[in-house]
Design a binder for this molecule. Structure first.
Ligand SMILES: NCC(=O)CCC(=O)O
Length: 334
């Protein structure tokens, strides 16, 4: 596109900003409930809603309350939720075997949600960190994160989630070769219509801090994730990763974190045209909530502005903890 600009006063940009009607008429992007994926944290128990201190307004919910949240999401028109497990400490081991247990907390929640709200698209998380004694996304040997052995474990985890009824598999682990391995396993096991939303460009970011509290992985993490997550200084590499994952069979791709990486979202959309998502991560959410709680910003306006920014950057959708709040506003139910 080559923008045409006439000379002043023939061109006055303020003409189209004169009234609300003209501003709406000339608006380029829109935010809708169809763009939202709501991440939820699931834990053991019944009727348990446990606040996540660093994420005001976010709770870890027992399966029965996850079902209620899914019903609320459906009523608000939110098309998808994404489940993250808070695993009991006893089930966090070096071999991560709980990750592919068909009856682990995540798989039980998938079954319960699909039974209650079958039309809700259910996205999962595929990474070993909620099940790992040392908080890493992959199997660890002598301080090294093993790639190929981890991919085998992730495939088992993927199949258990697909068997439980997952619609969208969300590999967030950043191992090499996992998308191809998962896609092949899904094809071979009768799950050919299960979609993969690849965390293709996931950066080694400090913005994930509150999330690690939410899933109980933060205090366990030994070292950092720099050998598998991306260097925040890199952009060309993100394009290569996205192309690689699309080629291996990803249906959708994600950039994560969100707002600090909008340049990557735009480039990804322009380069590949694939369904592209961003994750407005826990640290982004926490910063907005904390500043709003102090009265330093207008939290609601900043929430809406930040979500619109993803649409402007070319994203087809956003994973955001604000999903139900923004959906209520967009549906006139606030
Ligand atoms: N796989 C999910 C994450 O690693 C973090 C998300 C967040 O910080 O909200």
């Amino acid at each position: 596109m080559r923008p045409t600009i006439g000379q002043y006063p023939a061109t006055r940009f303020r003409r189209l900003r004169k009234s609300d009607a003209l501003r709406r008429l000339s608006q380029e992007n829109a935010l809708s409930v169809n763009d939202l994926i709501w991440p939820l944290f699931v834990r053991e128990g019944e009727n348990v809603s446990e606040p996540v201190t660093s994420m005001p307004g976010v709770q870890r919910l027992s399966v029965d309350l996850i079902v209620k949240a899914a019903e609320e999401a459906a009523e608000l028109g939110i098309p998808a939720i994404c489940l993250f497990p808070y695993t009991d400490p006893d089930n966090r081991t070096d071999d991560c075997a709980e990750a592919w247990n068909p009856d682990n907390i995540a798989n039980r929640a998938i079954r319960a949600v699909k039974a209650a709200v079958p039309h809700m698209a259910l996205m999962t998380d595929v990474a070993l960190d909620p099940y790992n004694a040392n908080g890493h996304d992959g199997l660890v040997q002598d301080g090294i994160i093993l790639n190929d052995e981890t991919v085998e474990a992730l495939v088992k985890m993927t199949l258990a989630q697909a068997d439980a009824g997952a619609d969208i598999i969300g590999p967030s682990d950043m191992m090499d070769g996992r998308i191809g391995a998962m896609r092949l396993a899904l094809e071979m096991s009768g799950h050919k219509d299960v979609a993969i939303l690849s965390y293709a460009a996931k950066y080694a970011s400090a913005f994930y801090g509150p999330f690690r509290d939410a899933v109980g992985a933060g205090s366990r993490l030994v070292g950092d994730k720099n050998t598998y997550q991306m260097n925040p200084a890199n952009a060309d590499e993100a394009m290569r990763l996205i192309e690689r994952d699309l080629t291996e069979g990803a249906d959708m791709v994600m950039v994560k974190p969100g707002l600090p990486y909008l340049d990557i979202c735009r480039r990804a959309k322009d380069t590949f045209g694939a369904p592209t998502y961003a994750y407005q991560v826990s640290g982004e959410y926490a910063m907005i909530m904390a500043a709003a709680a102090n009265g330093w910003i207008d939290g609601e306006k900043i929430m809406l502005e930040s979500l619109m920014a993803f649409r402007r950057a070319g994203c087809d959708g956003v994973l955001t903890y604000f999903a139900p709040r923004v959906a209520r506003i967009l549906q006139g139910k606030a």
